[in-house]
Design a protein around this ligand. Structure first.
Ligand code: GLP
Length: 264
């Protein structure tokens, strides 16, 4: 696992976007895994800037969303399909038909999950999966005690997750109870993982993910099993890491071929 600690939340987004942009320049039809939530917003804004000012072309990029709410009416502005259209697909000039989201309004949700897995398998592997982490350690919507072998499936959102996401809805009870989410096994199939976290509220989850035991009680700790997991955090989110100085030292002394930000 590579842990990168930078000063500010803005720098987290810039560095992660540099890595992602470098991947797309290397492979214009790269398959990206897209996360929602506030954590990756700076990444998407920086990628949009690269598209507008640096000639980055995302027109052939293919993408799979991590998750989707169940039961929101079609076109609801907080459905992850709508959010991704608004903050990623349009600003990055992606082709909407190349961007896939689990169908949380399907009549047969189990079939929608199986179809989603089949589509990923037929297109993938996902080259680079973008991730945030919930305060309870969840990734995607894989809540604590999710199986590390899990695939895309229906989950019940934890009360803490519903409360955290209530800020996007008019009232807390409008947050759906259920979701479809890629499983931890699905996420671990991606070639590269890039997880970003900012702020003190994520410090405990980050420490458990990076330095705690590999345990389904902290789904993010599954990243310890992945051969190319990159965790990019600001100082506040890194504040409970035991080996912070070591991560700063290894990043400062990284070999030239890892300096993807030089290519932006
Ligand atoms: C959300 C999403 C996750 C996200 C996490 C943290 O509910 N399903 O993909 O990483 O919770 O959200 P935020 O980035 O807003 O803190």
């Amino acid at each position: 696992m590579q842990v990168v600690i930078v000063e500010t939340a803005a720098e987290v987004g810039r560095l992660a976007a540099a890595k992602i942009g470098h991947r797309v320049r290397t492979r214009p039809d790269a398959v990206l895994g897209l996360a929602t939530g506030s954590s990756p917003l700076a990444i998407y804004a920086e990628l949009a800037r690269q598209v507008a000012e640096k000639g980055l072309d995302c027109g052939a990029v293919r993408a799979f969303a991590l998750d989707e709410y169940v039961g929101l009416p079609a076109g609801h502005p907080e459905s992850y399909r709508a959010v991704l259209d608004r903050v990623v697909v349009g600003p990055l000039g992606m082709h909407p038909s190349n961007v896939h989201v689990p169908d949380g309004s399907a009549a047969d949700l189990a079939k929608a999950c199986a179809d989603y897995e089949a589509r990923i398998a037929g297109t993938g592997p996902v080259d680079l999966q973008i991730l945030g982490i919930g305060a309870n350690g969840h990734i995607g919507f894989n809540e604590p005690t999710s199986s590390f072998a899990s695939r895309t499936r229906i989950k019940t959102l934890a009360p803490k997750t519903r409360a955290d996401n209530a800020r996007f809805f008019d009232t807390p009870d409008q947050v759906p109870l259920h979701c479809l989410t890629q499983g931890l096994g699905t996420i671990l199939d991606a070639t590269t993982l890039v997880l970003v976290a900012q702020g003190e509220a994520k410090a405990d989850a980050v420490a458990r993910m990076v330095e705690g035991p590999v345990s389904s009680m902290c789904p993010g700790s599954a990243l310890q099993l992945h051969p190319d997991a990159n965790v990019i955090v600001d100082e506040a989110a890194a504040s409970r890491l035991t080996l912070g100085d070591y991560y700063r030292y290894t990043f400062a002394n990284r070999p030239p071929w890892q300096r993807f930000e030089d290519f932006v």
